[in-house]
Design a protein around this ligand. Structure first.
Ligand code: TRP
Length: 363
């Protein structure tokens, strides 16, 4: 079996990407891409998976495929280093899903905590679409078709990866070593793991209107940072402030680096000193927010500007995606040919089969 190091990860194209996606996954992907430590990198838009709970809203998915592609390019994913593709254009993924379906029980799917909580969230009750219910199987196919060794995703995807490993293990046990068990790669710190919305709510989400998008203008970013949730008991500057649940500090955990202090807030050497002053009292929210805004602008401005450049040539972005699909399809087709051989359904490629059967019938 190959010892190549292969990354695969993706997003559902149901909206533009925001800074939660950025610190939770995109930033890391670009670092991994540029690290030179991986033989292949696949990043894809899971449009088929997006449709499993948007089946009556295909236009939403169609519109967001290009938005997400622009976000990818804007953060620095580079099509000459990473293959960027669209799930629905790779029919081999459906084929592999079909074979994997026999390796998983309904009870096992029902126990998947991510599926469980999403069913509640989307209020499906007993009318869960079968495709939605089985998306962990299709997600396993996404990963296994590319023999991914490393899957950088958020912690909400942990149960998916666990299930993927089980399916791959079961496949290899029954049919012989063919597929690769993937490892999850989680974000580096707690703030990046689950960046709260600007209102301090647990999750950044479009429906809550608490997102900062990668495509937001400098003014929008400024405004959103200035109106961020902090510590509601920190009223006067002299009051001691709380860090826990204080969104501004959570964002600083995710975004700030020591050199930002030199540039924008040189009274403090680092984030620990700033935190200490805030908890002691005597540090106003506005000063911290101004600092955060400067840090965020520094990080987001190049992204915003790159996005604007790519927006000038949309046909080229689609062409990049089309080529990515072609490359991805070749890789998936190679795996599927190995899968069919392992599962003994490669009737027309196996010369021995015809020979064996001829002998059997001529006895
Ligand atoms: N379920 C992932 C999400 O909602 C998207 C996804 C689909 C994915 N297939 C994948 C991520 C395979 C990693 C690997 O974000």
């Amino acid at each position: 079996m190959s010892k190549e190091k292969i990354i695969l990860t993706g997003d559902r194209p149901t909206g533009k990407l925001h800074i939660g996606h950025y610190v939770g996954s995109l930033r890391r992907r670009v670092e991994l891409q540029n690290s030179g430590l991986y033989d292949k990198i696949f990043v894809f838009e899971a449009d088929g998976q997006a449709l499993t709970d948007n089946i009556d809203n295909p236009e939403k998915v169609r519109q967001n495929v290009i938005e997400v592609a622009l976000d990818y390019l804007a953060v620095g994913l580079d099509p000459s280093k990473s293959t960027i593709f669209i799930q629905s254009q790779i029919p081999e993924l459906c084929e592999l899903t079909f074979y994997f379906m026999d390796l998983v029980s309904v009870a096992r799917l029902q126990r998947n905590p991510t599926v469980k909580s999403e069913i509640l969230l989307r209020k499906f009750e007993s009318s869960i679409p079968v495709g939605f219910f089985t998306y962990p199987i299709s997600q396993t196919a996404d990963i296994a078709a590319f023999k991914a060794t490393t899957v950088p995703v958020g912690e909400d995807q942990e149960p998916m990866l666990e299930q993927a490993r089980e399916i791959v293990r079961r496949f290899n046990y029954i049919y012989g070593d063919t597929l690769v068990e993937p490892e999850i790669l989680l974000p580096e710190n707690a703030a990046c793991l689950r960046l709260p919305g600007t209102d301090g709510k647990a999750k950044m989400s479009k429906s809550l209107g608490n997102c900062i998008y990668l495509s937001d203008s400098a003014d929008e970013v400024e405004k959103k940072v200035k109106s961020m949730y902090t510590d509601p008991t920190h009223i006067k500057v002299s009051d001691p402030g709380k860090l826990e649940g204080n969104t501004v500090f959570t964002y600083l955990d995710a975004f700030s680096r020591p050199e930002h202090f030199e540039r924008y807030l040189s009274d403090y050497a680092n984030l620990d000193e700033l935190k200490a002053h805030y908890t002691r009292g005597g540090l106003g929210d506005m000063k911290v927010k101004k600092f955060l805004a400067a840090v965020m602008q520094e990080e987001l401005t190049p992204i915003r500007e790159r996005r604007k450049e790519f927006e000038k040539d949309i046909p080229a972005v689609y062409e990049m995606l089309r080529k990515g699909c072609e490359t991805a399809r070749e890789a998936a087709a190679q795996t599927l040919s190995e899968v069919r051989r392992a599962m003994k359904i490669n009737y027309f490629e196996d010369e021995n089969l015809i020979k064996e059967q001829s002998e059997r019938f001529s006895k």
